[in-house]
Ligand binder design. Structure first.
Ligand SMILES: C[S@@+](CC[C@H](N)C(=O)[O-])C[C@H]1O[C@@H](n2cnc3c(N)ncnc32)[C@H](O)[C@@H]1O
Length: 208
């Protein structure tokens, strides 16, 4: 399943990293993090970045005062994340593993904040989505928050198939969607015009 990502990282074709170059995306994601930090002082607690890739958002969370673990299937992505953290001068725990089998990774538990930036909506099958939901729930703290970005469902050749709110709710039956907002800062950018119809959303879930 990770073959496509392995290849893409190997050849250095990582288009999902483009949005992070936009100030608007940074501001939007920072605002999402700020909402989780409101009324509290750092350190904010344990955060887990699911499918952390090269650590763009994990490093940002660590910089803000979260104790961050990033998990990803692809060793090259993790090597890049390690270099990014070193360069930023922050601590980032990086674990190679499959989000559908988190129990096997020895990640631990008690994560207060979990982030899933464009993983769930991609190549996981329905059964794998359910497995991911179960594994994430097992390691999340009570009342944890999960922030997830996803395109709307649709056929787009090799591009992500997307996920609806119902898909998210089906995989996370022990969580409640407390916010669903457009994430149009991504498709508003020129290089994403061709996927404007992807209608990206950001879901905020609370573990019940
Ligand atoms: C679209 S990229 C997003 C990366 C990162 N979240 C970002 O926004 O820059 C999806 C990431 O999920 C990882 N991934 C895909 N399936 C995975 C799985 N089953 N377990 C862990 N990581 C996975 C890929 O290797 C890739 O780094």
């Amino acid at each position: 399943m990770s073959l496509a990502y392995r290849l893409l990282y190997a050849v250095g074709y990582v288009p999902w990293e483009q949005p992070a170059k936009l100030d608007a995306v940074h501001e939007r994601i920072s605002a999402l993090f700020e909402r989780e930090e409101e009324g509290r002082q750092p350190p904010y607690g344990q955060a887990l970045d699911l499918g952390c890739g090269s650590g763009i958002w994990g490093v940002e969370l660590a910089r803000r005062g979260w104790q961050v673990t990033g998990v990803d299937l692809v060793p090259k992505a993790l090597r890049r994340a390690r270099a990014r953290a070193r360069q930023a001068g922050v601590e980032l725990r990086l674990v190679e593993g499959d989000v559908t089998k988190l129990g096997a990774t020895g990640l631990g538990s008690g994560f207060r904040l979990l982030t899933d930036f464009f993983l769930f909506h991609d190549e996981l099958t329905d059964a794998q989505r359910v497995a991911m939901g179960r594994e994430v729930t097992a390691i999340a703290a009570p009342s944890a928050t999960l922030l997830m970005t996803a395109w709307a469902p649709g056929r787009r050749g090799p591009l992500p198939r997307g996920a609806s709110r119902a898909d998210v709710e089906a995989a996370y039956p022990e969580w409640k969607v407390i916010d669903e907002e457009p994430f149009d800062v991504v498709t508003g950018a020129r290089f994403y015009r061709h996927i404007r119809k992807a209608d990206p959303r950001v879901y905020r879930l609370r573990r019940e």
